[in-house]
Design a protein around this ligand. Structure first.
Ligand code: EPZ
Length: 426
């Protein structure tokens, strides 16, 4: 198993190019099931989750290749040969596999989906997805660990009122409704930029979607969708914010390139209130440490509020504001504080009270051996190692490889003393 070794304390300085968004690339890849035509998708990050999605789609019957950060979807034989089964060994690797349901329901009118296993950050049920498919005319049978979903006639557009603006459910509904008969209205839809990116791709395929990015999305179903020449995935706003926090905690100065600053407005406004120097242009962000940093309490929420995917990284910054107290409230997932115990190994002073953590800033972290439990907790541990004095050894970094494109290489280029080492399990 690979590990990452860090000798902390270096100030990070220089430029970093942000990769394409994992959480945009994944639904876009699943949208390719909606047509047999070819298309090219660029700015796809090099991540294990992307490889998992591509092998899953090729297992179903697509012909997808990836070269560098470009994915080519070759025109495939008729979708009738698509498999309609999403097996457990694939689904357990990546929850986003559930996004295969919408397109297969739309094209094959059936999909047998293995129950998605829980994951480190909570149960993460899919009831909102299934309720929406039923409203669109699907029937559901749970048998032998599979959710068998099928449509006797056609998916029919309707009004769907989400009880929670679930990102995945909004995406799955879009992926089904684009080929349903009639109009679908999604009320209380998720408003993430990744939803807008998916809607833009679907409209390039000939879909008729309006309102993406707002809480009300209207879809007029089409008979057929076609390919398109090219689409560039939007930049990863969570990766971008992670590097900004890296600058803050190492007293550094980093210019982020290929970002869309407004996608992380809430976070950068919070960081400006902390006292960090931030200057944005159309596609760059300059983040520069200042010596008067003060804490800002955050409550995670749905977009455009503070993103849950940045909660762990933010905690590292709050822990290092010596002498100040702050709190973080996690409102999206019920078990997303697994990184607290790891940060305490560096010397963090954190107390968990239900869905809130209370933090007392300390003068510094000391390096420690640490273990990654989930993707974003892993990013927080790397940040802690960068800020700590001495050596940090990070294990189970396969979680990191799911969501951070060449993380240690980009950090090394910014001046971090960091390397990946391979340990034989023998
Ligand atoms: C997406 O997950 C992201 N993943 C997550 O990023 C992100 O944390 C999350 O949205 C919230 O922003 C991808 O886009 C691939 P949700 P998703 O459906 O779609 C509950 C990362 O680190 N819920 O908005 O699964 C659910 O349990 C990952 O990149 C139901 O109860 O998020 C959770 O508590 C982690 N029933 C909350 O809603 C459902 O049917 C948010 O889930 C669906 C969700």
């Amino acid at each position: 198993m690979d590990k990452i070794i860090i000798y902390g304390g270096n100030r990070l300085k220089g430029e970093v190019t942000v990769s394409g968004s994992k959480n945009s690339a994944l639904p876009i890849l699943f949208s390719t099931l909606l047509t047999d035509d070819s298309m090219t998708i660029t700015n796809i990050p090099s991540l294990t989750d992307i490889n998992t999605a591509i092998s899953f789609l090729n297992f179903i019957g697509k012909k997808i290749t990836k070269k560098g950060n470009t994915v080519t979807v070759h025109s495939s034989y008729r979708c009738k040969r698509y498999k309609h089964i999403a097996p457990y060994e694939l689904v357990r690797k990546m929850r986003a596999s559930i996004l295969v349901m919408g397109p297969l329901l739309a094209r094959l009118k059936k999909v047998d989906m293995s129950m998605p296993g829980g994951c480190a950050i909570g149960a993460r049920p899919i009831d909102i997805h299934l309720d929406a498919f039923k409203k669109l005319g699907a029937e559901i049978l749970v048998k032998n660990g599979y959710i068998k979903t099928f449509v006797r006639n056609d998916l029919r557009g309707t009004a769907i009122n989400l009880n929670f603006p679930s990102v995945g459910a909004t995406e799955n509904i879009l992926l089904a409704a684009v080929l349903a008969k009639g109009e679908t209205i999604i009320n209380n839809a998720a408003r993430e930029p990744e939803i807008e990116d998916l809607a833009n791709v679907l409209n390039k395929m000939g879909a008729n979607i309006s309102g993406a990015g707002t809480n009300k999305i209207i879809v007029n179903g089409m008979k057929k969708l076609s390919g398109f020449t090219c689409h560039e995935v939007i930049p990863d706003r969570i990766e971008a914010a992670t590097y900004i926090i890296a600058a803050a905690i190492t007293k550094g100065e980093i210019i982020l390139k290929k970002v869309i600053p407004q996608h992380l407005d809430f976070v950068t406004n919070k960081l400006k209130k902390c006292g960090l120097f931030i200057k944005e242009t159309e596609d760059t962000i300059l983040a520069k440490w200042t010596k008067n940093l003060r804490p800002q309490n955050v409550k995670t929420g749905v977009y455009p509020m503070f993103p849950t995917d940045l909660q762990a990284q933010w905690m590292v910054l709050m822990c290092l504001l010596n002498g100040y107290t702050s709190y973080i409230e996690e409102n999206i997932f019920e078990n997303r504080f697994l990184h607290v115990a790891e940060l305490q190994r560096f010397g963090a002073n954190i107390t968990i009270n239900g869905k809130t953590v209370n933090i007392k800033g300390v003068e510094k972290f000391s390096g420690a051996p640490a273990m990654v439990s989930d993707l974003r907790a892993g990013a927080a541990i790397i940040l802690a190692g960068l800020a700590a004095s001495g050596k940090t050894t990070v294990s189970r970094i396969y979680h990191l490889d799911r969501g951070y494109d060449t993380f240690e290489k980009k950090l090394k280029k910014l001046g971090a003393n960091i390397k990946r080492v391979h340990y034989d399990d023998t």
